[in-house]
Design a protein around this ligand. Structure first.
Ligand SMILES: N[C@@H](CCC(=O)N[C@@H](CS)C(=O)NCC(=O)O)C(=O)O
Length: 222
């Protein structure tokens, strides 16, 4: 049976692409990968045309597996959990899954202040940018959500639900933003961030990102 194919954007910038990569790699699911560079500006016709060969939505990430195409990060995550149930990508108990799914959905649709002000940019030298109340509100909410997950279900390891899972993959780009923009966080948040940043999957992704030469001006924040 052919490997799953994950189609991603620039590894330096594509926060949505990082998420399914982290889930696949940390779950040891064999997959191939195709990088489609964004070009300039993002949303340009060349990029969209290349992605539309796989998904008519024209956005990355896209997963293709056994003749099935799945696009949009949360749908990809659900497909992975359903297709490889032995990898326990969602936590085992119903209560933990409900919390994990809620956290992932909140991530998928939220935290726009932080996301807009601090775009993922893995090669950016780490230094802070001015924070306003709206960005700090997102940071505070994320820290409290991570704390809630860890407190209720994190006994079995350093991740949100103990073992690495979909919720960690969904928040991995936030971890990089907190790190890159030197956002002040509590000790328990830093401890969780260190665990994500130390994963082999993140190391692999970042090493590839740092080799990229493409610049996306709109994601470069001084
Ligand atoms: N909600 C979508 C977001 C996908 C998305 O916005 N992808 C960005 C890259 S991180 C993209 O393809 N941008 C290119 C464009 O806007 O044309 C998901 O969860 O996958």
């Amino acid at each position: 049976m052919a490997n799953a194919l994950l189609i991603v954007g620039n590894k330096n910038y594509s926060s949505w692409s990082l998420r399914p990569f982290m889930a696949l790699a940390m779950a040891d699911i064999p997959f191939d990968e195709k990088v489609i560079p964004f070009g300039q500006p993002t949303g340009n016709a060349k990029f969209t045309k290349a992605v539309k060969r796989y998904s008519s939505a024209g956005l990355v990430p896209v997963l293709v597996h056994n003749g099935i195409t799945i696009w949009d990060t949360l749908a990809i995550m659900e497909y992975l959990a359903e297709t490889w149930p032995d990898r326990n990508l969602w936590p085992k108990t119903k209560a933990a899954r409900a919390l994990a799914r809620s956290a992932c959905a909140e991530m998928h649709s939220g935290f726009r202040n932080l996301r807009n002000a601090c775009p993922m940019n893995l090669r950016r030298p780490t230094n802070p940018v001015p924070m306003n109340a709206a960005i700090l509100g997102d940071v505070e909410r994320i820290e409290s959500l991570w704390r809630q997950c860890r407190k209720a279900h994190g006994k079995g390891g350093p991740f949100l639900f103990g073992k690495f899972g979909i919720a960690d993959a969904m928040f991995a780009p936030i971890v990089t933003r907190f790190d890159t923009f030197e956002i002040k966080v509590a000790d328990d948040t830093q401890h969780y961030m260190n665990a994500v940043l130390a994963t082999p999957a993140f190391h692999e992704w970042k090493a590839a990102a740092l080799k990229e030469k493409w610049i996306v001006a709109e994601d470069e924040v001084d």
